[in-house]
Design a protein around this ligand. Structure first.
Ligand code: NDP
Ligand code: 8X3
Length: 250
């Protein structure tokens, strides 16, 4: 059976690489993000391999999120796989110096946005009694590092929501998984540091995970047999032992 996956945050990094990985396997794609020109470019690049529909909305906006998902044409309406990936860190500051707009962004996007998208998709999964939801958490959802405060809180929330979903959706046979990467070289640090050159230093001196590494893992997780659910997966680059221990050669 041909499957359809909806990927949030498909314009960059992990979501972008996952779109390519899924297209390779003939999975139909609903690709979401705010940067329309990137969504259009992605559609052009992948349309020879699979069917692609793009949805251009900000997950912070509840109404836009529901409108976008309910606008899906009949052929894309049945989402079998939901990849809740859109998210970022905004800032890296001690709590006493934290920027309230950054806090709002992280809670609104990483937590509330994930909930809005899930709320829009789950009813069709419960109706069909099948589906797979993958939430992209983080090693930051398992430990709190200095100045990580609110980002770590948002990712701890993602893990709590994942467990809650897995429990509540258990009667419907829906799989729910969390994939928790450590350092992945994407636009993540550019966003966190608002374009500051500091971002370039984050992945220097060691081989960080690449977006494609996570995309392959996501495909592995969604392609297990029906009776197998990888509930929670933590992955680091070899050079990283935990959030604060990274072997760098500078
Ligand atoms: P990128 O910055 O490369 O990608 C983030 C994606 O999220 C973009 O496609 C962006 O699209 C989308 N996004 C951000 N804000 C919104 C919004 N308000 N509405 C809709 N889409 C939004 O980072 P990554 O690929 O690294 O991040 C993907 C996920 O992986 C995030 O949840 C992140 O927390 C998590 N993660 C990242 C790690 C890392 O080290 N890179 C490690 C662990 C987890 P657009 O701007 O076009 O809307
Ligand atoms: C991204 C990894 O260590 O920058 O979630 O928080 S980290």
């Amino acid at each position: 059976m041909i499957q359809t996956a909806l990927i949030t945050g498909a314009t960059s990094g992990i979501g972008h690489a996952t779109a390519y990985e899924f297209a390779k396997h003939g999975i139909n794609l609903v690709l979401c993000g705010r940067r329309l020109e990137r969504l259009n470019a992605l559609k052009s690049a992948l349309k020879s391999q699979t069917e692609v529909h793009i949805l251009n909305f900000d997950v912070r906006n509840k109404q836009d999120t529901f409108n976008a998902i309910s606008s899906l044409p009949e052929t894309f309406k049945n989402i079998n796989i939901l990849i809740n990936n859109a998210g970022n860190a905004h800032g890296l500051d001690p709590i006493q110096e934290g920027n309230i707009d950054d806090w709002d962004a992280m809670i609104d996007i990483n937590v509330k946005g994930l909930l809005y998208v899930s709320k829009a998709i789950i009813p069709q999964m419960t109706a069909r009694q099948s589906g797979h939801i993958i939430n992209i958490g983080s090693s930051a959802g398992k430990e709190v590092y200095p100045k990580g405060n609110v980002y770590c809180a948002s990712k701890h929330a993602v893990l709590a929501i994942t467990e809650g979903m897995r429990t509540d959706l258990n009667p419907f046979g829906i799989k729910v998984s969390a994939i928790n990467p450590g350092l992945v070289e994407t636009e993540f640090s550019k966003v966190r540091f608002k374009g500051d050159l500091k971002a370039d230093a984050v992945y220097k001196g060691f081989k960080a995970l690449q977006a494609e590494d996570i995309a392959e893992i996501i495909y592995f997780v969604i392609s297990r047999p029906n009776h197998v659910n990888i509930a929670d997966l933590l992955v680091f680059p070899t050079a990283q032992a935990n959030s604060t221990t990274v072997k760098k050669e500078l």
